[in-house]
Design a protein. Sequence first.
Lengths: 255, 327
Amino acid sequence: MDFLTDAAGIKTMTQLALIIDLNVCVGCHACVTSCKEWNTSGWAGPMTDFNPYGEDPTGTFFNRVQTFEIGEYPKTETVHFPKSCLHCEEPPCVPVCPTGASYKREKDGIVLVDYDKCIGCKYCSWACPYGAREIDEKQKVMKKCTLCVDRIYDESLAKNERRPACVMACPTSARLFGDIHDPDSEVSETIRESGGYQLMPEWGSKPANHYLPRRKNRITLHRDELERADNPLKKEGILPEPPSDQKTLDETTSW
Amino acid sequence: MHPAFSVIFLTTLIGVGQGLFLALFTGQFYALAKLLPAQDSQAFYAVGCVLSLGFLLAGLVASFFHLGHPERAWRAMTQWRTSWLSREVIILPITMLFIFLYGLAHFMGWNQPWFVLADGSLPVDTTLVMGMLATFATFLLFICTAMIYASLKFVQEWYNPLTVFNFIFLGGASGFTLAAAFSAYAQANMVSFYGMWAVILTLAALLTRGASLWRNRRLKHKSNLQTAIGIRHNKIQQKAQGSMGGSFNTREFFHHKPEKIVRMVYWFFLLFFFPIPIALLGASYGIESVYLPMLAFVMQYLGLMAERWYFFAEARHPQNLYYQAIA
Ligand code: SF4
Ligand code: SF4
């Protein structure tokens, strides 16, 4: 791993990641389409489609939004669940690759596929428990989310545009992007403070992407809090008499 | 998982080739120890090696159909430090090379002993050295092939040492059955010897494969829909899986066959790999027929293909949790 040294000389490592807020996602698929739009025409493209306008359209996507219904009617909740490569910190898909086409960047922890080396054996897709990799049936190589590696360092873009296409497109800001190894970054803080969690933690793959759970804001009110206990109109009668030498409010102000 | 025919052919054909070589070399060893009559070097060992190489080569060819870019296959030799697939890609041609040299040594009659061991009773010649090297490579190849599957820890049906034993015994048994058929064809008088070993290996395979079938039936999967999406509720229903006409994820990780067909393949493999070849080999003790061992091999190979299909079909990949509609 590559270590970057911070100002105080402490070695830190970068791990870029997405945080997806399931409490906010409305399932509009804007991230799916903007991902496809950016990547099919860019460095990682094309993302081939078959039968796009006919029956049973199919094709390559780096990002998909699934929908789940939780609970039983009438007590149900709909959860939209965006799903893409999680850029695992211990990616099981990388060591199995026989060609070295799949690799994890030391600089920023992004997991990538070198299309010029990939032989399309699909073994890496078997070794990803999340089903995040999809073979391109036309180019016959393995494809997956690149975290828009061709955007985020592009200095010809305005600073706030150097973010993954999906993050830019999300109308509800359900997607955050940043370095989860920097304890002071927005994403790290969000994971800590809003209960960020990883998918299938049981396999030790340590996904870098985190999800934020559904949250309901509730407050508990007690009966006495519903009536204003310090209501002066009610309290007047029981207040102790002011000392007789003290001026009353009526004497000092004219309201 | 989806059983791809290229992989079924690859793993079964090389298994037969490896088993056949082991059978030839075992025969030579027994002959050395004077427990069996020596066989003709050219007609038996050299031709047997050609047959074994034919199976290995056919498996190799089948494997290329699995690749998107076969022209880059050489690259697959580079990551042997971490990838069992890479190790297999390296050891397969090495095995073929040693089996070829072993056959060549027999064909050329290179049996001048290099040196003599055990008070003159064990002359070590080229065939013996090449045979030992090829045996070593053959076992490594069995291990590499099996570890490709046995190393995927979240495919829990495969993640077990039984997988390695299954590959060794299933491949070995079919190879020894082929050896019995081959010696019947070559009139080599070794039918009952190979037949006996084939039955022993088939029974060993029954033990380990039976154990893995039993294990898989009782298997508790670590992942479930709750851990997959991280939502704690006993009732979760998938409403949309992010594609309309399916995707790579819906095609690659499930067999898409009704339960009835899967059951049928299961019984076919159990019948055709175990009892039928054993009965045919047993019958060839009594009835001297060239065709009985041959038939035994054909039946057992069909059973082996069915076994491999079932091996893939029974493996449940956790990614299918995200595709509830298909699995
Ligand atoms: S999500 Fe899958 S493809 Fe992405 S890094 Fe993790 S294991 Fe690899
Ligand atoms: S499909 Fe490509 S990236 Fe994946 S394991 Fe095979 S060679 Fe490596």
